[in-house]
Design a protein around this ligand. Structure first.
Ligand SMILES: Nc1ncnc2c1ncn2[C@@H]1O[C@H](COP(=O)(O)OP(=O)(O)OP(=O)(O)O)[C@@H](O)[C@H]1O
Length: 430
């Protein structure tokens, strides 16, 4: 590429970026200028923390709620506001094992990792020693260890997360004996007491919990207005922000994704050299969904991909959202040109898919026949079909569906002419 061509690219990109006066305001890894709403949750956090002035704090508080509800932001905001509080904020997302989590804590405290052979007790002693030195040096009154994405440790089936929680609580008690007040805030999507914990730990940690509910549409709008004011020179039409807030409220209540939606919409408008409009939000939503689904689907096994394809086809072809495990399993077996997994394994795979956020489930009563689970695809089935196998999807699902809809529109009964079109029925061979 010649220098001239490169200069032209730089010029074009620079022009696109002029749509923003301060794009960093739409970067959700930066703290917000101001906390919107959440007064009750802030009060609850402050309540637990301020007990230190009476020399007595609870050892562990579980902050929980869905993603993007402000859990980490608020805890950091409160701690940074209080001069006598020392916060050590640790994200455990990358911890593959309980001991890996301990090493992440040590690293955050400025210490080297230990080998698992050195054992948990040595690690706890190291944490304790470091904390005591740090508190003495910095003349703080309360040490807070915030453990974000704490639930990750419970995926370590060989480790003992329950024992780790116990050791942390013991550590807090030891520190207190040595004149150092400390407490732990765990942050996760589910409340800590829902996890597999021993009884002795349940009684030690008590019920110190703070729930963060998903944001309402108005709260979401306020968060967006605040960021938009800083990010753009021109005032953004409220209609656009309201659209982003509405979509985010209906889909997830996640402030991070709402801000991302606004940013991607503005990027698309800038690329088209147009004013940001509501239409760009719709395009951005499709793009974000597609990127997310692509990332998740790429990491799935062939069986799980096939389950997604069955779900997408059933949803799209029959205009039906909810599907029972049995109806999905029957179609999956019919569909598969290889040895199927057992029904039990199939149910597990559905649950795993639910954990990725691609599906959601509900349990409904079948009267005397007990209960059954039903699943719904969270994403647009077209996006899922396109990602897994676009050609196959178009040929065996979209085209027959269009043909069937035409027949229906013309008033021709489904089963009279083209019975083959009453369902998509080509085995999926790849
Ligand atoms: N009340 C709020 N006021 C302003 N910005 C907010 C508020 N709540 C959340 N945000 C913004 O939304 C984004 C997500 O917030 P945060 O990371 O605190 O959520 P979280 O509940 O900890 O999510 P996760 O569980 O995914 O870690 C951040 O960029 C944050 O600045």
């Amino acid at each position: 590429m010649s220098d001239h061509e490169l200069d032209n690219i730089v010029k074009k990109v620079r022009k696109e970026k002029k749509a923003f006066s301060n794009k960093a305001a739409l970067d959700t890894s930066n703290p917000p200028l101001e906390i919107v709403s959440r007064t009750d949750e802030i009060k609850e956090i402050v309540d637990y923390i301020m007990d230190y002035e009476q020399g007595q704090v609870v050892p562990l508080v579980s902050i929980y709620g869905r993603s993007g509800t402000g859990k980490s932001t608020l805890l950091k905001h409160v701690c940074n506001h209080l001069p006598k509080v020392k916060l050590c904020f640790v994200n455990l997302r990358k911890a593959k094992t309980v001991f890996g989590g301990v090493n992440i804590i040590l690293n955050e405290l400025g210490q080297q990792s230990l080998t698992s052979a050195q054992g948990m007790n040595v690690a706890m002693e190291k944490i304790q020693e470091t904390l005591l030195n740090m508190m003495d040096l910095q003349k703080k009154k309360l040490f807070i260890l915030a453990l974000d994405e704490f639930d990750v440790l419970f995926y370590d089936k060989r480790g003992n997360p329950s024992d780790f929680v116990y050791k942390l609580v013991e550590l807090i008690a030891d520190l207190k004996q040595k004149g150092c007040l400390a407490m732990i805030f765990t942050i996760s999507n589910n409340v800590l007491s829902d996890y597999d914990l021993d009884e002795r730990i349940r009684s030690r940690i008590g019920n110190s919990e703070i729930f963060f509910k998903p944001y309402s549409k108005d709260e979401m709008l306020m968060i967006l207005q605040q960021r938009a004011k800083v990010a753009f020179d021109k005032k953004i039409n409220d209609e656009i922000l309201e659209e982003c807030a509405k979509i985010s409220f209906l889909e997830h209540g996640d402030a991070r994704r709402a801000v991302d939606l606004l940013r991607v919409s503005a990027e698309i408008a800038a690329k088209e050299k147009k004013e940001l409009a509501v239409g760009h939000v719709k395009v951005a939503l499709q793009k974000i969904q597609k990127d997310r689904v692509e990332e998740v689907i790429e990491s799935l096994s062939q069986h799980s991909k096939l389950i997604c394809l069955v779900m997408a086809a059933k949803t799209f072809f029959h205009d039906k959202d909810w599907h029972t495990t049995m109806s999905l399993y029957e179609k999956y077996k019919e569909y598969l040109d290889a040895e199927p997994v057992s029904y039990r394994r199939f149910s597990e795979l559905l649950k795993d898919l639910e954990n990725t956020g691609l599906l959601t489930s509900k349990t409904s009563s079948k009267g005397q026949r007990g209960y059954s689970s039903e699943f719904q695809l969270v994403m647009d089935p077209q996006i899922v079909g396109d990602i897994i196998d676009k050609d196959w999807w178009n040929k065996h699902v979209v085209e027959p569906k269009i043909a069937l809809d035409r027949l229906n529109d013309a008033g021709i009964k489904k089963n009279s002419l083209l019975t083959g079109l009453t369902d998509w029925n080509m085995p999926y061979l790849s």
